[in-house]
Design a protein around this ligand. Structure first.
Ligand SMILES: C[S@@+](CC[C@H](N)C(=O)[O-])C[C@H]1O[C@@H](n2cnc3c(N)ncnc32)[C@H](O)[C@@H]1O
Length: 215
């Protein structure tokens, strides 16, 4: 997990909500259907919810509006400041996917949008293993993030970005830890989840992983 990202996110916190509205041409497709994607995550969430990488609090806000109980975790002070301004009544704590505290006795759902790619595949495994112990029986992980069907599909998307001179996007796809569906499937299944993947735009997939009760 990279540790030098928080200043980048502190800076982006001021313009992030314009990016998700499609004001940044390079990231237009990444954020196509953004609100619909967040709504899908809300609809699949239940009970006590922990949200990782809340950013400016857009998913948090929809969760709260639909009457759900949520605790947000966010490493960037700049992002936390924007989110807390929008949602002064919600607990938004400093932390990350691997190191965090929360106020719940039981956790029913873990959610995150556009953030899990900040972990290496090894760290993703550690996180999912931790969540498997943390979640109630039949608890869920509901994530939306950029994923690729395989390494070939990922290389094609990097090439497309380069051809379009989307250099920031191409660099992002090359340097962040974007992974593939077979890798995520394996990580969920080896930690006792069944998982479905639904494509939401050319980059983002919705992952719904349900913990299987042990007999
Ligand atoms: C692209 S933003 C997504 C924000 C929001 N979830 C959304 O859907 O609009 C990525 C967020 O993940 C956070 N982040 C980066 N690394 C993280 C980590 N290791 N654990 C948790 N959050 C992280 C960033 O600070 C940033 O707020």
């Amino acid at each position: 997990m990279s540790t030098d990202f928080t200043s980048l996110f502190d800076e982006w916190s001021q313009s992030y909500d314009e990016t998700v509205l499609g004001h940044d041409l390079e990231y237009n497709e990444v954020f196509r259907n953004y609100i619909h994607i967040l709504e899908e995550v809300v609809n699949k969430s239940k009970g006590n919810i922990i949200e990782f990488g809340v950013g400016t609090g857009n998913l948090t806000e929809l969760l709260v509006k639909s009457g759900k109980r949520v605790c947000g975790i966010e490493p960037s002070a700049g992002m936390r400041k924007v989110a807390k301004k929008k949602l002064p009544e919600v607990k938004i704590l400093q932390g990350d996917f691997l190191t965090f505290t929360h106020p719940f006795q039981f956790v029913d759902t873990i959610v995150s949008t556009y953030a899990f790619h900040h972990l290496t595949d090894e760290e993703k495994e550690t996180a999912i293993r931790n969540y498997s112990s943390l979640l109630n029986g039949n608890g869920k992980i509901v994530f939306a993030d950029t994923l690729f069907e395989d390494e070939n599909a990922k290389s094609n998307m990097i090439r497309n970005a380069e051809v379009n001179h989307f250099n920031r996007l191409a660099n992002d796809l090359r340097t962040e830890y974007y992974t593939t569906i077979p890798v995520m499937k394996e990580l969920f299944e080896q930690n006792g989840f069944t998982v479905t993947f639904t494509q939401k735009n050319d980059f983002v997939w919705l992952m719904e992983a349900t913990k299987q009760r042990r007999e």
